[in-house]
Design a protein around this ligand. Structure first.
Ligand SMILES: N[C@@H](CCC(=O)N[C@@H](CS)C(=O)NCC(=O)O)C(=O)O
Length: 212
C-alpha cells in the first residue's frame, strides 16, 4: 500500500497516525509540496485536488484523509478509529470535522500563497490570519475535550486524536500559545506518549527537513 505524503502535511499526518495505530505496513511516496510536486501531471491525475495525502491500495486510489481513515477502519477494524454508533461516534466526528473543515483549510499552504499573490497581503497580516483562525478553532474544541486529559473521546484513540495532534503540531510550529487551551494541551501530551503518534510525526519521516 502506497501513501503519497509530505512530512509536514497535517492531513497526511492524520493518516500516518491511523496506520501506525492499526499496525499497517505502507510504502512512503514523497510529494514535495514546497517544490510544487502536488501540481505536476502524474500526481494531479491521481489526486485532482492537488493535495496530499493519497492512498493507493492496489487499484483503489483514495483521497481525503478522513475518507482514507474510514476506508482503513473498514478493512482493518482493530482498533476502530471511527466508532460504529452511539454518542461517541457523534462526538468523534464533531471534533474531527471542527479541525478538518473549520480550522485546517483556512491555514493551508495554497491559501497562504493566494493571500500573498494575487491578494498582496503582507506577512504580518498573514500571521494574524493564522492566529485568528487557530484561536477560533481551538476555542471551539476546548469545551468538547475532557477536563483532566486522556484521549479526545472515551478511553482509546480515535479519529479525533488523529486530527487533533497534527493541528496542534502545526500551531506549535508557528509558536501559537496553547496557554488558553489547557484541555487541548493535555490531550496532545497524552497522545504523544503513545509510540504510534511519535512514529507518525513529521520529524520521524524519511523526507523530513528541519527548516520551516
Ligand atoms: N481535506 C483534505 C486536505 C488536504 C490538504 O489540504 N493537504 C495539504 C497539506 S496538509 C496540501 O496538500 N497542501 C498543498 C497546497 O496547499 O498546495 C484532506 O483531509 O485530505
Amino acid at each position: 500500500m502506497d501513501l503519497y505524503t509530505f512530512f509536514n502535511s497535517s492531513a497526511a499526518y492524520r493518516v500516518r497516525i491511523a496506520m501506525a495505530l492499526k499496525g499497517i505496513a505502507w510504502r512512503h511516496v514523497g510529494v514535495n509540496l514546497r517544490a510544487g510536486e502536488q501540481n505536476l501531471g502524474e500526481y494531479q491525475t491521481r489526486n485532482p485536488s492537488r493535495l496530499v495525502p493519497t492512498l493507493q491500495d492496489g487499484d483503489r486510489t483514495i483521497t481525503q484523509s478522513i475518507a482514507i481513515i474510514d476506508y482503513l477502519d473498514a478493512k482493518w477494524p482493530v482498533p476502530q478509529l471511527i466508532p460504529i454508533d452511539g454518542s461517541s461516534r457523534t462526538r468523534v466526528l464533531e471534533v474531527a470535522l471542527t479541525i478538518a473543515c473549520d480550522v485546517h483549510p483556512l491555514n493551508n499552504m495554497r491559501v497562504q500563497k493566494y493571500l500573498s499573490d494575487p491578494l498582496g497581503i503582507a506577512d504580518a497580516a498573514k500571521a494574524e490570519w493564522i492566529e485568528h483562525w487557530l484561536t477560533a478553532g481551538f476555542s471551539a474544541l476546548e469545551p468538547c475535550l475532557p477536563a483532566n486529559g486522556g484521549w479526545c473521546v472515551g478511553d482509546a484513540p480515535t479519529l479525533a486524536d488523529c486530527c487533533l495532534v497534527p493541528q496542534v503540531a502545526n500551531a506549535l510550529r508557528v509558536a501559537f500559545s496553547l496557554d488558553p487551551f489547557p484541555r487541548v494541551r493535555r490531550v496532545y501530551e497524552h497522545c504523544m506518549r503513545r509510540e504510534a503518534f511519535r512514529a507518525a510525526a513529521p520529524s520521524a519521516q524519511p523526507d523530513y527537513v528541519s527548516a520551516h
